[in-house]
Design a protein around this ligand. Structure first.
Ligand SMILES: *Cc1c(COP(=O)(O)O)cnc(C)c1O
Length: 376
């Protein structure tokens, strides 16, 4: 018997209608799933699909987490220790800094702060998927302004797209997945629109370029950073934003009080205390990026794009014979336990994105690609 209180049949009437049709974010698969899929044990998988750090975190992080004795105590909602430790690393006062459960959470909090239903966010495609995803979840409307043929932000087109409902412009620099940075002057020109400009610097340790100091002089510039890539803490979820002080205060006001777990904070502190080691790891990855670039180019059927991040985007070239597309290449690589990403969208037709691994990962990948390319 169904009563009028039966919650099942009509429950969707309670859901925000715009979320019922939301396209879910496509996350990468966890190691165990990849391992099961290809029958290669977890420790033999070559995972080059998530821009993760192949060297893992600092050994000091492992020790700090083992030695910490206050996991039963709630964290400091004001995140004083980590923000203080970041002052020197970032070069701005801690009053500008707010920590998030990954920079993903700060994308969401920033949009929650800015958007009323129907407000617009400018997105420069192809780029990171979270900007459009979080905009949709927050009830906003995405305005796509495609990058130019070299994947640079089309500043003139972005300025033209701004209207009274535009609240934010998102720029990843270096951009994921294209790997190029946006010039400081271009960012300053966008800041002059008066709209909130959010520069996502998830990969800035690999490019050596940042606009973080500019936040001190502009009321509408936000820079997002993360420990996920350079410090190898992706699984612990900790990132931070550099905000104008009044915006930082508002983010503190609306964020969940204990948003960053204590393990992540302990790990971030231990990472900042081991900068020399981590910067050595970054240098190794950057050197390997350049070697991977030349190896990919030498294969003859890929066109890698120069990258300032820890991954390389490649176009799969059309050959005289029927070449395999990026999706088939990804499938072939997966069979031998090597995972990379493919893109086959109108803006990125037939592309691969390959994260930079250790030298032995490059060798295994290039060997497998040579076999795949040679088999046609
Ligand atoms: C990986 C990535 C992030 C995610 O960072 P988290 O701190 O792990 O949430 C943010 N922005 C870009 C462009 C990324 O590629």
């Amino acid at each position: 018997m169904t009563s009028s209180f039966d919650p099942i049949p009509n429950i969707e009437r309670l859901i925000r209608p715009e979320l019922l049709g939301l396209k879910p974010y496509e996350p990468i698969e966890p190691l165990e799933v990849l391992s099961q899929r290809c029958g290669v044990p977890v420790d033999k998988i070559i995972k080059l699909d998530g821009n993760e750090n192949p060297y893992g975190c600092s050994p000091r992080v492992q020790r700090a987490l083992a030695d910490y004795s206050y996991y039963h105590i709630y964290t400091d909602p004001l995140q004083r220790d980590v923000r203080q430790a970041l002052e020197r690393y970032v070069g701005v006062g801690s009053e500008h800094i707010v920590m998030g459960s990954g920079s993903d959470e700060l994308i969401d909090l920033t949009l929650r702060l800015l958007l009323e239903p129907g407000d617009k966010v400018i997105n420069c495609q192809p780029t990171f998927g979270m900007y459009s995803f979080s905009t949709a979840v927050c009830g906003g409307q995405i305005v796509d302004v495609p990058r130019d043929s070299a994947y640079a932000v089309d500043v003139a087109a972005v300025k033209k797209a701004v209207d009274p409902r535009t609240k934010a412009i998102f720029i990843a620099s270096p951009n994921n997945p294209t790997g190029n940075v946006t010039l400081r002057d271009d960012i300053l020109e966008l800041v002059r629109t008066g709209i909130m400009v959010v520069v996502d610097e998830a990969y800035c340790e690999f490019s050596g370029q940042t606009v973080a100091p500019l936040v001190l002089d502009h009321e509408n510039l936000i820079v997002l950073r993360t420990f996920s890539k350079w410090a190898g803490l992706g699984g612990l979820r900790i990132g931070y934003g550099i905000f104008p002080v009044n915006i930082a205060d508002l983010i503190f006001k609306i964020k969940p009080p204990y948003n960053v777990n204590i393990a992540a904070q302990v790990a971030a502190l231990a990472s900042l205390a081991d900068l020399e080691y981590l910067q050595g790891v970054v240098r190794k990855i950057v050197a390997e990026r350049e070697r991977l670039y030349s190896e990919l180019k030498r294969l003859g059927f890929l066109e890698p794009l120069p990258s300032q991040a820890n991954f390389i985007l490649c176009r799969v070239l059309d050959g005289p014979s029927q070449r395999e597309g990026s999706r088939q290449i990804v499938n072939e690589l997966a069979k031998v336990g090597i995972f990379v990403r493919y893109y086959d969208t109108p803006l990125l037709r037939n592309f691969l994105r390959i994260s930079v691994g250790k030298p032995e990962h490059t060798d295994a990948l290039v060997g497998a690609l040579r076999r795949i390319g040679g088999s046609q």
